[in-house]
Design a protein around this ligand. Structure first.
Ligand SMILES: [Zn+2]
Length: 167
């Protein structure tokens, strides 16, 4: 419902909570600490049949393709870097300098990883679980999505907890 277009497919979407702001303060302590605390504090719900239109599917495949191309670039530049770092390399001396190849590999790897993260259905749906795990927030919902949520919950106001709300 990101585009307000007709739903063409549904997918099972694992929706996780955003990291608490204070966990960002752990990043200077090292990635491992952050990842461990994040794993311990995050919540996940699975929406078994979230609706997507064909544009959502194209967007997902486009991002996945871009992500894998970048990961491929990372591997290619790692090979170039390792090859150039080889002291028995017989080619011109200036080709032996490998730091730039490793730098490009690092950049491509980070960019590819980020793009693969946003290619997940959760990111395509712009859905996020609230930190208390009780509601799902949809960022920038289409008018049609907001209307559908309103219509779904209006008769039940006060009797059921809201499971989806436009943020
Ligand atoms: Zn869509």
């Amino acid at each position: 419902m990101r585009h307000g277009a007709k739903a063409e497919l549904t997918a099972s979407v694992a929706i996780e909570s955003a990291p608490a702001p204070w966990t960002g303060a752990l990043i200077p302590l090292g990635g491992i600490v952050f990842v461990a605390v994040r794993a311990a504090t995050r919540r996940v719900v699975t929406a078994p049949r979230w609706a997507f239109c064909t544009r959502c599917r194209s967007l997902r495949y486009l991002r996945m393709a871009a992500g894998f191309v970048l990961i491929g670039l990372m591997l290619a530049f790692l090979v170039v870097g390792l090859d150039a770092a080889d002291t028995s390399y017989a080619g011109p001396a200036e080709h032996r300098s490998s730091w730039w190849a490793f730098a490009v590999a690092l950049l491509a790897g980070v960019a590819g990883w980020i793009i693969l993260v946003v290619s997940r259905w959760q990111s395509i749906a712009r859905a996020r679980l609230s930190r208390d795990g009780l509601s799902v927030d949809v960022r920038k919902p289409s008018v049609e999505f907001a209307a559908a949520v309103e219509a779904m919950w209006a008769p039940n106001t006060g009797t059921l907890p809201a499971v989806a709300r436009p943020a």
